[in-house]
Design a protein around this ligand. Structure first.
Ligand code: ATP
Ligand code: MG
Length: 410
């Protein structure tokens, strides 16, 4: 009696174990591994393979294969069940196949196969095939058990398909959100300069007022500035789509990064003399191979970001040489970027919501920077806290040992 209750409790444990697989959060592969690990206590097999109809080709493809003991190498070559699997798909029933010649000394030459349909309700049916080398024949109990395993396999494979379907939906949702963000950002960014241009042009064209030359010049300067903003916006859009599709052309030269940054800083000072910038450059900075215009675009965006999002702050630009890389840091002591957003700022159109009202922008700048730096086989990372933000760029330098003169570098 005691023995019986022990047996029934252990078989209910096993049953629980089987059912728990259906709600397992492990990967579908991990869940299948576990299923076939426990099922080997109830049902002996050497290898198994699961085939699933491929949605594109309509042919059976190996989804999962497992080898135990004998014929372990058969895992790599799971084609042994293919012809049986195709028969099962056609006839949609369980089929057992036994070797023509029995009693062979080489057990591997005597495969006993048992195949069952899985996922039959779906447009992409599959097959589960077990193999025993050298027998014994699959009994009725074995077949019943294999059917139970096939049903569980169906549920696990369906969960996999559902997960894949859900991740496709998430991808579509994120593309749709990107498109919505794009339209809202672009329409906002277009409307604002167009509003200025239209407003000042209409004002200048009024026939009832005579504007003095000084005022006319001020208005025309605003129109010019806003037209430049529109041109920049269109350039950024074109750049981002060229970079996204790998169509951007790079024109590599030997570049002196220290001079390039100094030039950008000088240019910035002409238009924004109030921006506080400190340079901390190591001497003897080696040249790198790079596209000077594209790299200038990176520095320009980092300078303009510091101006827009850390307006009162001091921006320190550091340049140093490591073994194989130049390290360029843009450190400001502004308000920083909240941690939740830090991983997203390099994606297209992303702008920190709390900051997007403070300054104009499309959220393309850092995306473009990252793509440009990666096209130079470098990297760019951000670290930020309430005390400030730091962008760190690493660029490999050319294996150029000769001293670079001003004429041959940019
Ligand atoms: P664009 O560069 O296309 O004109 P943008 O400046 O808004 O627009 P990015 O340069 O990609 O776009 O920057 C993305 C976001 O990262 C910014 O909107 C801002 O929220 C945040 N950010 C970037 N630099 C800083 C910084 N130095 N301090 C605080 N936040 C920053
Ligand atoms: Mg920017």
């Amino acid at each position: 009696m005691a023995n019986q209750s022990k047996t029934s409790s252990s078989s209910s444990d096993r049953l629980n174990h089987y059912f728990s697989l259906l709600s397992s959060t492990a990967s579908w592969k991990g869940t299948l591994e576990e299923l076939f690990l426990i099922s080997r206590d109830d049902f002996i097999f050497d290898n198994l393979v699961i085939y699933q109809t491929d949605s594109e080709t309509g042919l059976l493809e190996v989804l999962f294969a497992k080898s135990t003991g004998r014929g372990k190498s058969a895992e790599a070559d799971a084609s042994w069940g293919e012809s049986l699997a195709n028969r099962i798909i056609q006839e949609n029933r369980m089929i057992c196949e036994e070797p023509d010649e029995k009693g062979h000394r080489d057990r591997l030459a005597q495969p006993y196969l048992l195949g069952l349909p899985i996922n039959t309700e779906d447009k992409l049916p599959g097959v589960l095939v077990f193999i025993r080398f050298g027998g014994p024949t699959f009994s009725e109990d074995d077949c019943r058990f294999a059917q139970w395993t096939a049903n569980l396999t169906t549920s696990i494979v369906r969960k996999k398909m559902l997960d894949e379907f859900m991740s496709k939906i998430e991808d579509i949702q994120s593309v749709t959100k990107l498109q919505a963000d794009f339209i809202s950002t672009i329409s906002h960014e277009l409307r604002s300069p167009l509003g200025f241009i239209k407003g000042y042009t209409t004002t200048l064209l009024r026939t009832d007022t005579n504007w003095d030359r000084e005022t006319q010049k001020d208005f025309l300067e605003i129109i010019e500035r806003e037209t430049n903003n529109l041109t920049d916006l269109i350039e950024d859009l074109l750049d981002s789509s060229r970079l996204q599709s790998g169509q951007m052309k790079f024109d590599f030269h030997l570049v002196r990064i220290d001079s390039l940054i100094r030039d950008e800083v000088n240019r910035t000072h002409l238009t924004n003399p109030e921006q506080k910038i400190e340079l901390d450059f190591e001497t003897e900075i080696p040249v790198i191979e790079g596209d000077p215009r594209k790299l200038a675009q990176v520095f320009d965006n980092l300078l303009s970001n510091a101006r827009k999002y850390a307006p009162e702050a001091m921006l320190q630009i550091r340049l140093r040489k490591e073994k194989k890389h130049l390290i360029i840091e843009f450190n400001d002591d502004g308000q920083g970027i909240p941690e939740v957003y830090q991983s997203r700022i390099f994606t297209r159109f992303f702008r920190v919501p709390e900051q997007s009202m403070k300054a104009h922008g499309t959220g393309l700048g850092l995306f473009i920077c990252k793509q440009i730096i990666e096209n130079h086989e470098g990297s760019i990372h951000v670290s930020s806290s309430q005390d400030g933000t730091s962008f760190k760029i690493s660029l490999p330098y050319a294996l150029v040992t000769k001293k670079i003169t001003a004429e041959e570098s940019v």
